[in-house]
Design a protein around this ligand. Structure first.
Ligand SMILES: C[S@@+](CC[C@H](N)C(=O)[O-])C[C@H]1O[C@@H](n2cnc3c(N)ncnc32)[C@H](O)[C@@H]1O
Length: 359
């Protein structure tokens, strides 16, 4: 079998002699140091995340949102020895979440943004589950473990969400908290001004449709989701028709000339995604629009946020996967949709959008 050698830069990076040389040559030194910092950030990333989680769980960021405080006050808030608090706050300062000025600790703009952006805190509080799932990463990637996350989102299987209304409500609240940014970015990438009715499939309690209603005051709206979920649909959304059902075994209703799937496909295996596209095709008229919005893999150009975080997260969930825009376009095409040119997402870690037209 022909074995190809690694590329030149990779071969150089494998050589300790090259690293010693790079330190001596100014034009190589800055590149080598930047690479070193990037590498160190990768290998220490889990400590950064756990320090953030400690700052959140101990409510230190929340306390500083009320005003600056000295270390003794914060140590009391967190119920920890002063010296240990010092280490945690110093880590927070290095991450630019807090800062120390004139003997007091202050919330930094980054820490304030963390508290202000809806959904971020809930996401971090929920991370211990994923963290436990990744405790033995080799076994996790080999598929030898049963991830806790797989049990955490039983709604994906449909049955539990239909019988346990509390579970559905808790989950929907988490989703709708984080929907603001997703809706904003989706609506920047999509133009619905020539549409008459949009049906949001898997639309939860209607957070995306609320944002759509505000942007398009004459567009009619439909919401399709599991019965236990739409039971809590926001009654204040104007021009809304609600359709309870499971897209696994119920046909999607006709009447809309656009269908959106926001953060839905990545929860499901390819068989369900294909079935869903066929149902969307049957429900839409010719010229109808299908809009998929969710974090997507970078495909040929791996994306640091989505190909690490979302791809691993969806793998731990055991039901779906993080697909690239190309993969989603291909499934659309196989099912009678013509993909439209894709627009570059503002924040791939929030969402990307693929649109297509029903033939
Ligand atoms: C990740 S959430 C996204 C919710 C919303 N689109 C958003 O972005 O906030 C996935 C949604 O798909 C819904 N869902 C899952 N399985 C479903 C099924 N078989 N039929 C209808 N909806 C389903 C869930 O109830 C949930 O509301």
């Amino acid at each position: 079998m022909l074995t190809r050698r690694p590329g030149l830069l990779t071969r150089l990076a494998l050589s300790p002699r090259f690293h010693a040389l790079a330190e001596r040559l100014p034009f190589l030194r800055s590149h080598a140091r930047a690479e070193g910092r990037a590498l160190f950030s990768i290998l220490s990333g889990f400590v950064q995340s756990q320090s953030l989680l400690a700052l959140v769980e101990l409510r230190l960021l929340h306390r500083l949102a009320e005003g600056p405080a000295d270390a003794a006050t914060l140590a009391q808030t967190a119920q920890m020895p002063l010296a240990r608090l010092g280490v945690l706050m110093q880590a927070g300062a290095a991450l630019r979440l807090v800062r120390h000025r004139a003997g007091l600790w202050h919330l930094a703009p980054r820490g304030a943004a963390f508290l202000a952006v809806p959904g971020l805190e809930a996401m971090v509080r929920h991370h211990p589950v994923l963290y436990r799932d990744l405790a033995d990463p080799a076994a996790f990637f080999r598929g030898e473990t049963v991830p806790e996350l797989a049990g955490f989102w039983p709604y994906v299987f449909g049955e539990l969400a239909q019988t346990d209304a509390n579970l559905a409500a808790r989950y929907s609240a988490l989703m709708s908290d984080s929907q603001g940014l997703v809706a904003a970015d989706t609506l920047r990438l999509v133009d619905l001004s020539d549409r008459k009715r949009l049906m949001d499939v898997g639309g939860g309690t209607g957070a995306f449709l609320r944002a759509v209603a505000a942007r398009y005051p004459s567009l009619d709206l439909s919401l399709f989701d599991l019965p236990a979920v739409v039971a809590k649909a926001d009654p204040a959304i104007p021009r809304l028709t609600v359709h309870p059902g499971s897209f696994r075994d119920t046909a999607l209703p006709n009447g809309a000339d656009a269908i959106s799937l926001v953060r839905v496909l990545y929860d499901h295996p390819d068989t369900v995604v294909r079935h869903l596209m066929q149902s969307a095709h049957a429900a839409l008229p010719p010229g109808g629009r299908l809009i998929v919005s969710e974090p997507m893999s970078g495909g040929d150009r791996p994306c640091p946020e989505t190909d690490v975080y979302f791809a691993v997260y969806t793998m731990a969930m055991h039901t779906g996967r993080t697909r690239s825009a190309r993969e989603i376009s291909d499934i659309m095409q196989e099912n009678g949709f013509a993909p439209r040119p894709m627009r570059r997402p503002m924040r791939p870690f929030v969402t990307s959008v693929v649109e297509s037209v029903r033939a």
